[in-house]
Design a protein around this ligand. Structure first.
Ligand code: ADP
Length: 153
């Protein structure tokens, strides 16, 4: 049976080792995974979308079945455009769970797209782009939390 494709949406501001882990662990389930940067003009980011895309491409350079893209609009519309039947998301804690559950149910209601969740590896449960940005803003070294190709300017 042919495996379906998935979209892994997020801000990736910047990509972290937590994101990379989720994608790599999900790869056996899907024929391809589109890692999709949601570019929402009214959401402020630390890094420009071109930079975030470049880092994602570097992080998955060795993975032939992973493609990084930028999108605007609804994730379910992107799924339809790309022929992806599933959304992939990671769960770090119960706060993620509560939030993600509502979004997943909404994506199912409006787009008939199911969401597949993978739990964060315990060693990554504390890693988030938000905390990495906070460290960067305070000039701390974040190399342990981001993939090798991510060089903070
Ligand atoms: P958002 O901008 O919606 O917070 P992110 O870009 O931070 O999303 O993350 C995209 C996806 O990656 C989300 O499903 C999020 O739960 C997941 N994720 C982020 N950090 C980790 C981590 N350390 N371990 C597992 N999943 C993670």
């Amino acid at each position: 049976m042919n495996r379906p494709a998935a979209v892994f949406p997020g801000s990736f501001d910047p990509v972290t080792i937590g994101h990379v882990s989720i994608v790599k662990r999900a790869l056996p389930l899907f024929s391809r995974i589109h890692v999709a940067i949601g570019s929402n003009s009214n959401k402020r980011s630390m890094f420009p979308v071109e930079q975030r895309l470049e880092w994602l491409r570097a992080a998955f350079a060795d993975e032939a079945h992973v493609e990084a893209v930028v999108f605007t609009g609804l994730t379910v519309d992107l799924c339809r455009e790309l022929g992806a039947a599933f959304i992939l998301r990671g769960l770090r804690n119960s706060t993620d769970h509560g939030f993600e559950r509502s979004i997943a149910l909404m994506n199912r209601a409006v787009g008939h797209i199911e969401t597949i969740f993978l739990p964060a590896e315990p060693i990554h449960a504390h890693v988030s782009s938000t905390i990495v940005r906070e460290l960067i803003a305070n000039k701390a070294d974040v190399s342990a939390f981001v993939p090798k190709g991510v060089i903070i300017p």
